[in-house]
Design a protein around this ligand. Structure first.
Ligand SMILES: [Zn+2]
Length: 664
């Protein structure tokens, strides 16, 4: 839900330290008319060091003055879709630049796969988004503070990140809405959003200073959701103030976007209007975006050394909510991260130190999943109290500074009173994961002698070993820091066997048996194959296959279903699917799905060598057609039941750690 990294990797600590004391500031007076798409603006700023001003190419400078006197300016070239102008002024001279033009239309029907920051400034009566990197204003420096006065036609409302200084409602039917904002901290840029919004506000009293201004900028049809978003925003802010420290800004807004995307900025989040209706946005994504006001926008990321903010935010938001729900949900979240990692394409994955932004799924598996898992292991290692102290002291020390993994390490070392050099080196600098296995285990004279093997060069690990006895089990932590190591564990009673890390507390390469088959394996298959059990459904089956699979599926007869290791999807009406499963010698429909809804979907748990088979069993052709839209969204599931297009049951097959019996 976030696109960070506008300034890329050049943001050095020294640069920031110099500019944080007195960041150059920009004063903008902007009039936007979405119906004509016309932008007119006056910018006051210190002349940039190279006297170059870059603006989006549809915008032209009409006049530049210095203390009221005209200054000459020429267009010198272009960079991408920016025009570069050269202004005759000494660096730092207080310039006043008048500029304007007609912006491209924002078309909500477009398929936006690119992050918003790569878009040109876009406007329409249904909504406008002028991204921080789109060249809609002249930039005085890489980091700067700003004041913006925004004027819009009376039916439009809009904002930029920052403190709302004042606003004026239109005085009459043809009047304009005017609002002024200030962002006093060094910012990487300015995003401007506008639309035909209804603004709802809630002021939250604070122990010190003025009340916090919470707002929603929603389309009229979303108005019933505003109350819930305001109270949840207040709840998340209160939660993280308690966990970390005072909320660092004057307010927080949730802004509806006409584009189907989500984006976080200081003091606000910009979320697709369609997405805002989904319950998990309020339950999880909103908390994630609120927390970015501390991590990412309150403490800045030293990109050149790796983006830690997504991992810490994911750990303290998304993952924390799962942990509060139940230990099972927390384990499922860890399993999902390990599984995403296990499914990365071959080739050395990047390390946390190399992660910048979520450019693709593989980067997200590292920068979000692995990074969050590392914070989970860190808390496991130093204990929850030391972890909580470390978080608060990191915030106190780094507020509005650029921080790196090394600063996090220092904060947690101080909080725990121990060196974490080896921990951070192996998890942050090194890519990949250890592959830990039980090589042998035997029971002799009241002790288990277990030999563990792992990757070389070895990691330093505390490996949880579950000792399974006749009357229950207990878990011991074994220190492992060599490629092969034998330890002796004294035990009482008569132990039966061992399981390695059954609760998934270690970032590691999972055993194939620990990876439950999920639909994503079929969806992403390079050469998916379909067996049609009911010939009458052929056209609908192939239509569904076109929706479901990323690659083109081929049809094969039932007799070839076992041919090789490529995933197979078996589809048909209930009786014909049952008959096909029996003919293949496969188990029947699982009990927990039988008779539920109009369609059931499941993957078969089988040995690693066998053909992966998934089954779709439907009541009739309508039930099959109803799956085409929802099913591709359930890649993380092993089984589902649908009533029409609605999933009424879903889950992931259990995939416990392999049991290693003890020899005697
Ligand atoms: Zn994020």
């Amino acid at each position: 839900m976030r696109a960070l990294g506008r300034v890329g990797g050049f943001l050095a600590g020294a640069l920031f330290a110099a500019s944080s004391a007195a960041a150059p500031s920009l004063v903008l007076d902007v009039a936007l008319d979405p119906s004509t798409r016309r932008l007119d603006a006056v910018a006051q700023l210190p002349a940039p060091a190279n006297a170059h001003v870059a603006l989006y190419d549809a915008l032209s400078i009409s006049r530049v003055t210095l203390s009221g006197r005209p200054v000459s300016f020429v267009q010198t070239g272009s960079e991408g879709n920016l025009r570069v102008w050269r202004v005759q002024a000494a660096p730092g001279a207080p310039l006043r630049i008048e500029y304007g033009g007609v912006l491209p239309a924002l078309d909500p029907q477009l398929d936006f796969r690119r992050v918003l920051q790569e878009l040109p400034p876009l406007t329409s009566p249904a909504g406008s988004f002028l991204g921080a990197g789109s060249g809609w204003y002249p930039r005085p420096a890489p980091l700067f503070s700003y004041r913006v006065r925004l004027s819009l036609p009376g039916d439009q409302r809009g904002l930029v990140p920052g403190r709302l200084l004042r606003e004026q409602e239109p005085r009459d039917a043809g009047g304009r809405y005017v609002a002024q904002f200030a962002f006093e901290r060094p910012a990487e840029g300015i995003d401007l959003m506008a639309g035909p919004y209804v603004v709802r506000e809630q002021l939250v009293a604070r122990a010190a200073g003025e009340p916090l201004r919470l707002r929603t900028y929603f389309y009229p049809e979303l108005a019933p959701l505003a109350e819930g978003y305001l109270s949840d925003s207040a709840r998340y802010i209160a939660r993280y103030e308690k966990e970390i420290g005072a909320y660092p800004f004057a307010g927080f807004s949730v802004v509806a976007s006409p584009l189907p995307t989500g984006f976080g900025m200081p003091t606000l989040t910009y979320i697709g209007a369609q997405v805002l209706r989904l319950p998990f946005i309020r339950a999880s994504s909103l908390g994630h975006e609120v927390l970015h006001n501390w991590w990412g926008n309150g403490v800045y990321v030293h990109y050149a050394h790796g983006n830690w903010s997504e991992g810490l935010t994911t750990f303290m938001a998304d993952y924390a909510y799962k942990e509060e729900a139940s230990p099972e949900e927390a384990r499922a979240a860890r399993l999902a991260w390990l599984r995403d990692f296990a499914s990365l394409p071959p080739g050395e994955p990047q390390s946390l130190a190399e992660f910048r932004t979520r450019a693709h799924g593989a980067a997200a598996a590292i920068g979000y999943g692995k990074a969050a898992f590392v914070f989970y292991m860190l808390r496991d290692l130093i204990g929850p109290d030391a972890f909580a102290r470390g978080v608060r002291s990191f915030w106190r020390a780094q507020r509005f500074r650029v921080a790196s993994w090394a600063d996090l390490q220092r904060a947690f070392e101080q909080a725990s009173g121990r060196s974490l050099a080896a921990f951070f080196a192996q998890w942050v600098e090194r890519s990949g994961a250890p592959d830990v296995r039980i090589a042998s285990a035997r029971f002799r004279k009241g002790a288990i002698e277990v030999t563990l093997v792992q990757s070389n060069p070895p990691y330093a690990l505390r490996v949880p070993l579950e000792i399974v006895g006749e009357n229950g089990s207990e878990t011991r932590l074994v220190e492992l820091d060599r490629a092969q190591q034998t330890v002796s564990l004294p035990v009482s009673g008569s132990p039966q066997g061992l399981r390695l890390d059954p609760d998934l507390r270690l970032w590691r390469v999972l055993d194939p048996a620990e990876l439950p088959p999920i639909l994503r394996q079929w969806i992403l298959s390079g050469a998916p194959r379909v067996v049609i059990a009911s010939a009458a459904l052929r056209a609908d089956v192939m239509a569904l296959a076109g929706q479901l699979f990323e690659n083109r599926a081929g049809e094969i007869p039932l007799s070839e279903a076992h041919r090789d290791a490529q995933p197979v999807l078996l589809v048909g009406l209930h009786p014909e699917v049952d008959a096909a499963l029996a003919a293949l010698g496969l188990p029947p429909e699982p009990d927990r799905l039988a008779g539920r809804g109009t369609a059931q979907v499941w993957t078969l748990v089988r040995s690693a060598a066998a053909t992966p088979i998934a089954v779709i069993s439907v009541r009739d052709a309508d039930a099959l057609r109803a799956l085409a839209r929802p099913l591709p969204h359930y890649g993380a599931q092993s089984f589902l039941a649908f009533e029409g297009a609605r999933a009424i049951e879903r889950g992931v097959w259990p995939a416990p750690a392999p049991f290693v019996p003890l020899t005697r």
